[in-house]
Design a protein around this ligand. Structure first.
Ligand code: FE2
Length: 226
């Protein structure tokens, strides 16, 4: 037997095997990327470049990888930048940022409850206070405003484990019933920790409403700065 095409075709007729050349079937699963890219950075325009650079360093340890006259690129981890700030001529402040669509906040996560609460204390001692403090179940979160009024959430995972909190947000009737969560007074959390309560016990009590602040915000809109 030879390997030329005529011989191959004859063999196919005798065995009733398909004579068609093998076809490559294109993958039609194109609705989403096969491998999803990671979220990398967010870029804000600003009229307060220097204030913004200083605030993000103080709040979440972002430092400039490059700091120019009209822009800065900030990072606090292995990425080349996580927040970029652009300040070209011709910008103006938004008319009603609180009630405008767009980004409500970016979020940063501490690995442990103690790191998270210590950061609240550190910022409070610098006079930087959150405008929202919420136990979402998935996270305990304090929300600040940067000098331009953009929201910045600083959180700790409520389960200490992304797989568990992802499972909970996907399947919990508790979250579906109240996705915003329960307000807490962070100073009451500081007291609870000083009394020796564990993170999970504090988290449980916060969810139960034991640390509700004296003043509960009426909404979650960004406070109007200008
Ligand atoms: Fe968030």
């Amino acid at each position: 037997m030879t390997n030329d095409a005529a011989t191959a075709a004859k063999v196919d007729e005798e065995t009733f095997a398909p004579t068609r050349e093998p076809q490559v079937s294109p993958n039609r699963a194109t609705n989403r990327p096969i491998i999803a890219p990671k979220l990398h950075h967010t870029t804000f325009t600003t009229l307060r470049l220097d204030e913004m650079v200083a605030w993000y360093e103080r709040a979440v340890g972002l430092v400039p990888a490059f700091y120019g006259e009209e822009a800065a690129w900030l990072t606090n981890d292995e990425a080349n930048h996580r927040i970029a700030l652009l300040s070209p001529p011709g910008l103006k402040h938004p008319e009603d940022k609180s009630h405008s669509t767009g980004i409500h906040h970016t979020a940063f996560e501490f690995a442990t409850f103690d790191q998270w609460l210590d950061n609240f204390i550190r910022l409070r001692n610098h006079g930087i206070l959150p405008f929202l403090t919420l136990d979402h179940g998935i996270t305990m979160s304090v929300y600040y405003q940067d000098p331009d009024g953009n929201g910045v959430e600083i959180q700790v995972d409520g389960f200490g484990d992304w797989a568990d909190s992802k499972q909970w947000i996907s399947s919990s009737l508790e979250f579906a019933t109240n996705p915003i969560g329960t307000f807490f007074d962070p100073e009451k959390l500081v007291e609870a920790r000083e009394q020796g309560l564990s993170f999970q016990e504090i988290h449980r009590r916060a969810r139960a409403g034991e640390y509700v602040p004296d003043h509960v915000p009426e909404d979650i809109f960004l406070p109007q700065l200008y």
